[in-house]
Design a protein around this ligand. Structure first.
Ligand SMILES: [Zn+2]
Length: 118
């Protein structure tokens, strides 16, 4: 039973850190080589990473402010922790009434600020 996976490193086959002699027609080595080439092509172009895990349960954060037109605008985002205003940084929102666009930022005093974008 083979415990370690056959890998390719610097053009050679390895298993568990030891070099493996290439064998013509070895199905496992052919499969390994095929996967190496396919994955190599994808990773050169850029692979989408869809397996992402977060340790912390996201916290639903809501900020609100008054638009120039008087309408109250609410912005929702996910925070890593409570009182974490950084999660609003660069967040964009538009007023549904007057269509003005706003962007959130953090100022030098570490306050959450919102600015008109257009
Ligand atoms: Zn407005």
């Amino acid at each position: 039973m083979e415990a370690e996976t056959l890998i390719i490193r610097e053009g050679k086959f390895y298993r568990g850190g030891s070099p493996v002699k290439p064998e013509f027609g070895n199905a496992e080595q052919i499969e390994c080589l095929k996967q190496y080439e396919t994955l190599g092509d994808i990773l050169k172009e850029g692979m989408i990473v869809d397996n992402i895990q977060y340790d912390m349960q996201p916290i639903d954060a809501t900020a609100s402010f008054k638009c120039i037109c008087g309408r109250k605008i609410y912005v929702n985002t996910e925070a890593d922790e409570e009182d974490d205003i950084v999660c609003f940084k660069n967040k964009k929102v538009s007023c549904n009434t007057c269509l003005r666009s706003y962007i959130f930022d953090i100022n030098n005093d570490h306050d959450l600020v919102v600015k008109i974008q257009n």
